[in-house]
Design a protein around this ligand. Structure first.
Ligand SMILES: Nc1ncnc2c1ncn2[C@@H]1O[C@H](COP(=O)(O)OP(=O)(O)OP(=O)(O)O)[C@@H](O)[C@H]1O
Ligand SMILES: [Mg+2]
Length: 373
């Protein structure tokens, strides 16, 4: 898919900007604090509906304004589409697709598929399991609309079940009621586990080969889903459910003591290994960067496989984090994928993309200018 144009109004430090984009490579150059990440964030927002940063929605609107609009025109499956996002302080955001307002903003996920790579993504390797679950959740939601629905449902089930666990001995009926919540937990939880297992296996297939290429076939990459309800590899759906039930039944007293749901996909993790050693603890900086690069490029391939078209690729400030070999690998890989790159210094990029069809923009104090050379 291709984003043809972007229009933003009162978004972060941008007052008003409108740009026509290149089908392949778009490079945004500017000093620190000028609005490069803000611009990438605005495109990401039209894809996922949420920021990848920590801010609240109000903070996305220019400090001195009350309303902001982001609009992209894109080409997907040979159709022209328009996605509009209307933000207003202290109000729910509105999303319009081809001028028609969506009931739920989450319905926009999956229209403009994206893969984003920022220096912050190192937390997928180095951070807590929460970061890895967040990353798979966003990825799967983009390609499987039902997954987002299951996640929301599962979250509600956990919180209702936790209330019951907290007050378990206050009412004798709770012994029967907990069985109903256990059924919900196991049924929806198993669906989530199986979606994730399928995704991680696909990711692994691509990432293993990409990592081998990055390392010149010198190192071995591995990726596995770690289910806290037990080892469910090669199990069918009924077997996973049984395993999950057995786990909560065996540990029920423990759950009552802790007053919380202790087993299920909300506790699962993804284990990334290089040469059979966990990358989080034993990987060098370079190996960790290569691992995340392989994962990101594998994400692109899965979206292509599922959706039939490449997603757009957002690379915010990552080139400075990569050595020349990895930079070259990445730039070579993205040929044919519409990519948005931000950088403070385009010297290396100019050399690497010398013969590429591209467009360059200069960003300064929330204004965008074309660079023609
Ligand atoms: N709601 C807002 N209204 C106005 N300005 C904002 C708002 N939110 C953030 N900013 C400003 O945007 C600027 C940061 O922009 P951004 O993060 O895009 O910079 P950058 O070009 O990516 O810089 P770097 O190279 O350091 O990453 C800051 O000066 C910040 O004060
Ligand atoms: Mg930035």
């Amino acid at each position: 898919m291709i984003v043809n144009s972007l229009k933003i109004k009162n978004y972060r430090n941008f007052k008003e900007a409108e740009i026509e984009l290149n089908d392949l490579l778009n490079i945004f150059i500017g000093d620190n604090g000028q609005g490069k990440t803000n611009l990438m964030e605005s495109i990401y927002l039209t894809s996922i509906g949420r920021t990848f940063r920590l801010n609240s929605e109000n903070e996305l609107i220019n400090f001195n304004e009350n309303k902001s609009i982001i609009e992209v025109n894109l080409m997907k499956n040979n159709y022209n589409m328009k996605i509009e996002l209307h933000l207003e302080k202290n109000k729910r955001k509105q999303v319009l697709i081809n001028g028609v307002k969506l009931d739920k903003t989450s319905e926009m996920i999956g229209i403009l598929n994206n893969v984003i790579f920022t220096p912050d993504d190192m937390k997928i390797i180095k951070g807590s399991p929460i970061e890895r679950r967040k990353f798979v959740n966003i990825d799967i939601s983009q390609i499987k609309p039902k997954y987002k629905y299951l996640l929301n449902k599962y979250k509600k089930i956990c919180s209702e079940r936790n209330i019951l666990l907290k007050n378990y001995y206050t009412n004798t009926q709770n012994k029967d009621i907990i069985n109903i919540w256990n059924d919900y937990l196991v049924n929806i939880g198993t669906d989530i586990i199986l979606y994730r297992l399928d995704y991680i296996n696909k990711l692994k297939n691509y990432a293993v080969n990409i990592y081998a290429d990055i390392s010149g076939n010198k190192e071995k990459f591995d990726l596995n889903y770690l289910c806290n309800a037990g080892n469910i590899n090669n199990m069918d759906k009924d077997e996973v459910k049984k395993h999950f039930y057995d786990k909560i039944n065996a540990n029920f007293n423990h759950e009552i003591q802790n007053k919380t749901t202790m087993y299920g996909p909300h506790k699962d993790d993804i284990i990334i290994k290089i040469n059979d050693k966990e990358c989080k603890y034993f990987g060098s900086q370079g190996q960790q960067r290569s691992a995340i690069l392989a994962i990101k490029l594998a994400e692109i391939e899965i979206i292509k496989e599922e959706v039939g078209e490449y997603p757009i690729l957002l690379l915010d400030d990552v080139l400075s984090e990569l050595d020349n070999k990895r930079k070259g690998f990445l730039i070579n890989y993205i040929q044919g994928i519409q990519t948005f790159i931000t950088t403070t210094d385009d010297h290396d990029l100019n050399i690497l993309t010398k013969n590429y069809n591209k467009k360059k923009f200069y960003i300064n104090e929330g204004k965008i200018g074309n660079i023609t050379n």
